[in-house]
Design a protein around this ligand. Structure first.
Ligand code: SAH
Length: 340
């Protein structure tokens, strides 16, 4: 059985040609699947019965089991889904003034080993298949009856460590006759796999890039992000500069504020030096504390002082509004609790 949610328009056309069908049916199928959200191919009314039998034989319209759902008072909803092989993943829905976004998971577990992050408490078991990423959005739409307008690839896992599947996923959710999520409404976040940042610079969709930086010097970054030993800051910044020149797009720099670790005025100045002249926008993130980890959230004063210092140094900066802090919102917390 093939997973229909993993099929790009091109792959679907190829399939149709392989069974001597007209490729234009691909667009019709996509509309039925993503616009009418059919649960069975029998619901399709403008195709011959014999053809629908073939689709039913060849394709599966997958689904996940919902294991747990946590609703936050601010509208954030966290879903724990069970994949068909029994593995668990998290998907988060967030409400914004501009619409609804879904935070998509790309791997079962994660191998990046960031010292502050709950996702890495469980090593990577496997990559998610393309259809399993698409299905997260469909499941959230199905369960909430909302239309998702934005996607952030910031759930469990490192998207650039599952690059090919993530790229297929982006094509599928962006396709105009399908979910039609605008490329500029999609952001992929990486901890800094430099070779893939170069590859992503040539990607044909206008999708946004976010970098989890979290420290302004190699000395500090090595302590919390093992990836920095493979790709130190000089190489990362060089790749970011290449991406910006190539795509002409502004890059988001994510920076979690950790108490007495990276939240000092000296760190703010080092960060401003590091990012000087780059077309970036810094998103300061209040840390969601993780029981198993020693790091603490910065004080409100420290966060504001850090923000002010970056402003003073003329950086574009925001202090992220917190969402879902009452519901195990930190990456990987719900899953790791459930697995205990
Ligand atoms: N691997 C990718 C995407 C997943 S993590 C990446 O590293 O970017 C998404 C973002 O959440 C990253 O910036 C990550 O550093 C951050 N994050 C992880 N744990 C967190 C926590 N406990 N509190 C706040 N942000 C966290």
């Amino acid at each position: 059985m093939k997973h229909i949610y993993g099929y790009t328009i091109e792959a679907l056309k190829e399939y149709l040609l392989s069974i001597q069908e007209k490729p234009f049916r691909a667009n019709q199928i996509i509309e039925w699947v993503y616009r009418h959200k059919i649960q069975s191919f029998d619901e399709i009314t403008n195709m011959k019965k014999e053809f629908l039998q073939i689709l039913k034989k060849d394709f599966i319209l997958d689904t996940f089991d919902l294991i747990q759902q946590q609703n936050s008072s601010d509208g954030t909803i966290k879903f724990l889904f069970q994949l068909q092989d029994g593995n668990l993943i998290e998907t988060v829905l967030m409400k914004h003034i501009y619409g609804y976004s879904v935070c998509v998971t790309t791997e079962v577990g994660c191998n990046m080993g960031c010292a502050f992050c709950a996702s890495g408490l469980k090593k990577k078991i496997r990559n998610l298949e393309t259809y399993e990423m698409v299905l997260q959005i469909l499941m959230v739409e199905h369960l909430t009856k909302l239309k998702i307008t934005h996607v952030v690839v910031m759930g469990i896992g490192e998207p650039f460590d599952n690059y090919e599947n993530v790229v297929q996923f982006l094509h599928i959710i962006n396709y105009p006759l399908g979910l039609e999520i605008g490329a500029r409404h999609i952001t992929v976040s990486t901890c800094g796999l430099v070779d893939k940042i170069y590859a992503y610079s040539d990607f044909d969709l206008q999708v946004n890039l976010a970098i989890s930086l979290h420290a302004p010097t190699n000395e500090l970054r090595n302590q919390i992000m093992p990836i920095n030993k493979a790709y130190p800051l000089e190489e990362l910044i060089k790749a970011i500069r290449y991406y910006i020149n190539k795509t002409n797009r502004r890059v988001t720099i994510e920076y979690i504020l950790l108490r007495d670790f990276n939240d000092t005025k000296a760190c703010a100045n080092q960060l401003a030096d590091l990012l000087h002249g780059l077309n970036v926008y810094v998103n300061l993130i209040p840390y969601n504390e993780v029981k198993e980890k020693p790091y603490q959230r910065s004080s409100l004063e420290a966060m504001h002082a850090f923000y002010d210092q970056l402003k003073k140094r003329s950086l574009n900066v925001t202090l992220r509004r917190e969402q879902g802090s009452d519901i195990d919102a930190a990456c990987g917390q719900l899953r790791s609790k459930h697995l205990k």
